[in-house]
Design a protein around this ligand. Structure first.
Ligand SMILES: C[S@@+](CC[C@H](N)C(=O)[O-])C[C@H]1O[C@@H](n2cnc3c(N)ncnc32)[C@H](O)[C@@H]1O
Length: 199
């Protein structure tokens, strides 16, 4: 386990037990972001950095019983909280680094990643790995239920121009990692970047 992983695990282990109760009103925002993926019945989707699995119920609803939902996370305590909340009934919970997925190439139709990118030590490598497992033409959603400016204010920091999720940074980062950004929204109540896997 690398130092980066240890740091992420320590950070989220300390927050796992009360993660959902800290953000009780996010459900509709997650459902709307999942809807933006345009999933179809039978699709295969990964929730990358699924945490306590808040997106798993809407992802399962979108792909139906014939679809496949996988929630992957690096922090066992987050996955335990997901299971305690019964979300292992909506998808397969996988303890894994999403930068090195135990999945064959081009097996998925979509990746949903909420609150993930800011925690990645090597975002380009990880986005490339996510592209590897998605079929060309299918989709990625990078989501956060709070926009960049509102999140920075909440965390008491200033929003800087070199922010990874700023549009001028994110668009080329995605392009260099196998994705073409198709839409970008950064409002107080929603950050959502959608991208299509290039051929
Ligand atoms: C801010 S939380 C978001 C959790 C969940 N997606 C949500 O929206 O509630 C970020 C999650 O990403 C996980 N994570 C960070 N880096 C990861 C990696 N390289 N592979 C898998 N999970 C990772 C953390 O363990 C944590 O559970």
């Amino acid at each position: 386990m690398s130092d980066d992983h240890t740091h992420v695990q320590e950070f989220f282990t300390a927050r796992a037990a009360d993660w959902d109760s800290r953000f009780p009103d996010d459900g509709p925002a997650y459902a709307a972001a999942v809807a933006a993926l345009g999933l179809r019945a039978g699709d295969r989707v990964l929730d990358a950095g699924c945490g306590t699995g808040r997106a798993l119920p809407p992802l399962r609803a979108a792909v139906g019983a014939s679809g496949t939902v996988i929630g992957a996370d690096l922090t066992p305590a987050m996955l335990h909280a997901a299971a305690r909340a019964g979300r292992d009934g909506d998808g397969l919970l996988l303890l894994a680094d999403v930068a090195a997925l135990p999945l064959r190439a081009e097996v998925l139709d979509a990746v949903f990643a909420a609150g993930l990118v800011a925690h990645l030590p090597r975002p380009a490598d990880t986005l490339r790995e996510l592209a590897r497992v998605v079929r060309p033409g299918r989709v990625l959603a990078l989501f956060h239920p709070v926009g960049r400016a509102a999140l920075a204010a909440r965390q008491g920091r200033r929003l800087t121009d070199d922010d990874l999720r700023a549009e001028p940074s994110l668009r080329p980062l995605l392009a260099a990692s196998g994705w073409r950004m198709t839409s970008y929204t950064d409002e107080d109540t929603r950050f959502l970047a959608l991208a299509v896997r290039t051929r």
